[in-house]
Design a protein around this ligand. Structure first.
Ligand code: SIN
Length: 297
């Protein structure tokens, strides 16, 4: 397996690896190390990886999260496995969906910068996204390195944000994206979560800004002040120098660490093309290490 860095701060491409075979434990360890170092890894040429194989491969990294789409009782799920989140514009008959289909509207928050499942407890640790059908134009995914963004903050801002906690809510990101509100079943099953704003990676010790479009309020600040701070940090950390834009190829299997990166989907001509992406996620069972305020004992 060959690892090549794809951006000055983060991101790596891996070739020469087949995830169909029984991947040895040593490779899983190498991949975890690569994720800690690069934040995002692009494993090329995994066309042959089936949904079941994807799920079994991901299980080797920790506890699989079930898809929140299971709580949406007014929509039909195309994919049968509970661990798979369908990020496509394709319906259960294999046809391109109307862009206003509820299932597609529910995916809209994915076009806002976010860290997967930050509104859940536990939140997302690793995400695995398999490209099954890639449109010929558009539909790239952008990633932001939240460690590099933290490192670039001035000292006064670091002091201001370290030790703060943020309330994350799916209802909030849905509202921001113009998606349908939470259904009664979603409300009952998807409570909000509180996450540190600056966290420390347990493996590398690097600090990162833990931001997400799900982040609604900063605890202890007024709504207006908290939201203004989150917007300011979001704009800072998604400047071009911190962003890697991934242009998908068929069979790409991209894995990222949600503790140190944010990402967003970008649009494509939905009236012309299909895009079929299948996501699995591992939950972050370790308690997040909040960065200590500067000067704290
Ligand atoms: C996601 O938000 O997890 C998926 C991004 C994409 O579909 O490009």
């Amino acid at each position: 397996m060959k690892i090549t860095q794809v951006h000055p701060h983060f991101g790596a491409e891996i070739t020469g690896l087949s995830l169909n075979a029984d991947v040895p434990e040593s490779v899983i360890t190498e991949l975890k190390d690569a994720l800690a170092e690069y934040g995002v890894v692009v494993i090329r040429d995994q066309q042959a990886l089936s949904d079941d194989e994807q799920i079994e491969f991901c299980r080797r990294f920790g506890t699989l999260q079930k898809s929140i789409t299971l709580h949406r009782k007014d929509t039909v799920r195309r994919l049968t496995r509970d661990e798979l989140t369908d990020l496509s514009n394709i319906d259960e008959n294999g046809l391109r969906m109307d862009p206003n289909d509820t299932r597609r509207s529910l995916q809209k928050p994915g076009q806002l910068w976010h860290s997967d499942n930050s509104f859940r407890s536990p939140p997302g640790l690793y995400t695995f996204l398999k490209a099954k059908i890639v449109p010929p134009e558009g539909g790239d995914t952008e990633f932001a390195d939240m460690r590099a963004a933290y490192d670039a903050l001035d000292e006064a801002t670091r002091q201001k944000v370290t030790g703060l906690e943020v309330r994350h809510s799916l209802a909030w990101s849905r509202e921001q994206a113009g998606s349908p509100p939470l259904s009664p079943t979603e409300q009952a099953n998807i409570p909000e979560s509180v996450q540190p704003l600056v966290r420390v990676h347990p493996k590398t010790g690097r600090k990162s800004l833990y931001l997400s479009s799900h982040g609604r309020d900063v605890l202890g600040m007024s709504d207006a002040d908290g939201r203004a701070l989150l917007q300011e940090l979001n704009a800072f950390s998604t400047q071009p120098q911190f962003v890697y834009r991934h242009k998908w190829r068929d069979g790409d299997f991209v894995v990222w660490d949600n503790r140190s990166t944010m990402h967003r989907a970008t649009p494509f001509p939905e009236d012309k093309y299909q895009r079929d992406m299948r996501r699995t996620s591992i939950e972050d069972n370790e308690v997040a290490i909040a960065a200590e305020p500067v000067g704290a004992a």
